[in-house]
Design a binder for this molecule. Structure first.
Ligand SMILES: *Cc1c(COP(=O)(O)O)cnc(C)c1O
Length: 420
């Protein structure tokens, strides 16, 4: 693995991807960030004390890696090309999130920390962190906006089952943005004994690069598996993007393969139109519609007003509902290596039903955006396509039932089965 510092040698700035990334943090947080940067370089990049060996072994035995790359027979028939699914929904916990959570909690142990904190929005990252902390015997506190606590009860219970304390954050709209701010505040005052497990490829350096390295196993496996199973590299790789950790994890191994097209599918919500005056974005399509600014410690693409106020984003999928995106993904889009795309709520819901019906796999609503894009754009994706199924959809059944009943969805002709 090469560090960005090597790759971006000419700029000489720490942890940047072209224009994006960096360490835009208050002075109180600089010691924490520097200590983490040092630990990241030693343990993750240089495998000091066999850190990466232990990480890989635990991901195999506790996590269930490697996950399969499965040929989707009926989707292949439907689109008249070869479709393969990377099954991160089969990872322990039901999503790719454990790759990162376990990596960071283990790193905290190697650093001699005694306490884990994390933010969560929909609750998926909090759940993965609570599982990893229980597995590695570390006390764990999760910050979660009050609104999210109230609408994501099952995940709050799951975190508590694993012994984590869930701290509701009352500020602002009571969602992910406020939870991140509160976790940063905690970290600044407790850094000597605490590690902050950030949930995606966002935040100040080294988080975007480190989280990518923990998630890169997805693409590394998929690249090897597709060559074994299909005899060659794919024409395209498709993944959904919220903060972009399953996206970067899937893409990283393929970035040097110039003939492999990479598609990051964001949440188009109900519309791509943005209401500047109200500060509302009815979508979370940051890569397609955002502008450059600083959020949570990094320069990246954001949904913001012309005055720089962060907008409230929207998606039917809670895990994609974030006004920022990882700086490396912003850079890869800016340089043309990754193509940004988006599909709206309805296309994603149809993608959810289609995979459930055709393949017997109930995908997360986040992943359903990648599957919706496959339906819309398959003709442009070449003969051999890999789609990352970032997680399973059990957590989304209630939302899907409600949202499907509101609409008349083609892919769910007899959805009344839910009513019986
Ligand atoms: C959290 C989540 C996402 C979005 O997060 P990224 O960092 O963009 O990957 C996507 N899919 C699933 C299943 C998730 O839980």
């Amino acid at each position: 693995m090469s560090t960005e510092r090597e790759r971006d040698g000419e700029s000489g700035r720490t942890g940047t991807f072209g224009e994006y990334g960096g360490q835009y943090v208050p002075e109180a947080l600089m010691p924490a960030v520097q200590e983490l940067e040092d630990a990241y370089e030693r343990y993750v990049l240089e495998n000091e004390d066999g850190f990466m060996d232990e990480f890989r072994e635990r991901m195999r035995e506790f996590g269930g890696r490697p996950t399969p790359l499965q040929r989707a027979d009926r989707l292949s028939e439907r689109y008249d090309r070869e479709i393969y699914l990377k099954r991160e929904d089969l990872l322990h916990g039901g999503a790719h999130k454990l790759n990162n959570a376990l990596g960071q909690v283990l790193l905290a142990k190697y650093m001699g920390k005694e306490r884990i904190i994390a933010e969560t929005g929909a609750g998926q990252h909090g759940t993965a962190t609570a599982m990893a902390a229980a597995h590695l015997d570390m006390p764990c506190e999760i910050y979660m906006g009050r609104t999210d606590v109230n609408r994501q009860r099952p995940n709050v219970y799951r975190m508590r089952m694993n012994g984590a304390e869930v701290n509701p954050v009352e500020a602002g709209s009571g969602t992910l943005k406020e939870a991140i701010n509160e976790t940063m505040r905690d970290w600044a005052t407790t850094v000597e004994r605490t590690h902050y497990v950030i949930g995606s490829v966002v935040g100040p350096h080294p988080f975007p690069q480190m989280v990518r390295d923990f998630q890169a196993v997805i693409g590394k496996e998929a690249r090897k598996q597709i060559q074994e199973q299909a005899g060659r590299l794919p024409d395209s790789v498709v993944a959904c993007a919220g903060g972009g950790s399953n996206t970067m994890g899937t893409f990283h191994a393929f970035v040097p393969d110039d003939d492999v097209d990479l598609y990051a599918v964001e949440a188009g919500g109900s519309s791509l139109e943005i209401d500047e005056d109200e500060g509302l974005a009815p979508n979370s399509a940051t890569l397609s519609t955002g502008t450059d600014g600083v959020l949570h410690g990094a320069m990246t693409k954001l949904l913001q007003s012309t005055e720089g106020q962060i907008m409230e984003s929207h998606s039917v999928s809670a895990g994609l509902d974030y006004a920022g995106v990882g700086p490396e993904l912003s850079h890869l889009v800016e340089t043309g290596r990754v193509t940004p795309a988006s599909v709206d709520d309805e296309v994603a819901l149809n993608g959810f039903h289609r995979l459930s019906r055709l393949e017997g796999i109930i995908p997360a609503l986040e992943s359903s955006h990648a599957l919706g894009y496959l339906e819309e754009a398959h003709e442009d994706l070449g003969d051999l396509v890999v789609v990352n199924v970032s997680g399973r959809g059990d957590k989304d059944l209630e939302t899907v039932l409600e949202e499907t009943e509101k609409r008349d969805l083609a892919a769910a002709p007899d959805v009344e089965v839910f009513d019986q």
